[in-house]
Design a protein around this ligand. Sequence first.
Ligand code: GLN
Length: 233
Amino acid sequence: MCRHLGWLGAPVSVHSLVLAPPNGLLTQSYAPRRQKHGLMNADGWGVGFFSPDLPDGAPARWRSAAPLWGDASFASVAPVLSSRCVVAAVRSATIGMPIEASASAPFTDGRWLLSHNGIVDRAVLPAPAAAESVVDSAVLAAHIFDRGLDNLAETIARVGADDPTARLNILAANGSRLLATTWGDTLSMRRRPDGVVLASEPYDDHPDWVDVPDRHLVEIHDGQVTLTALKGS
Ligand code: GLN
């Protein structure tokens, strides 16, 4: 399934997070190392980030339905996109789901960025008013926005109970908080001197990467990392 990455810390370039690392999202788009479902992530990509230059704390996004490796325009601009808070993803579409830019994470409600790595039966989700796409991840994102990110742990445990085959790895950020859940897929964390990275898989072989156990919530805020077991674990 998809691979995602989040950053919260000092301002860094999108290029340094997504394109430059030897096993970053660019490499993961065609040769992921830890992907359990799907072989590559060629069905689109997205990058969202916060900036003091944007009005009302809303994020900026750049999304596409094409493979990340073919986007020379993004590669040329990414070195000058700099942010303290980034959510990025490359996509391997679930069978039957549309391939369109609006189905690529990150999704947003205007305050939060949210990526979903996994699969969920849309029948267990209430019909949301404002999903960006019919893709299961967009419907799930709308449901999570509706319930509020403060309730992310409860929402994921509930959806996981209603759809026992769901995989529900979420990554979300609002500029000052970075949240993630593990529910059926991989997630790793690296604390750097200048911030924290959460990623579906390590973007290099640095020894500081640690694996987040399954069925947990990770919260990063003010340089503190909190790990909480989810109900149902
Ligand atoms: N189910 C989502 C989609 O089709 C996410 C897939 C994934 O995690 N690879 O886009």
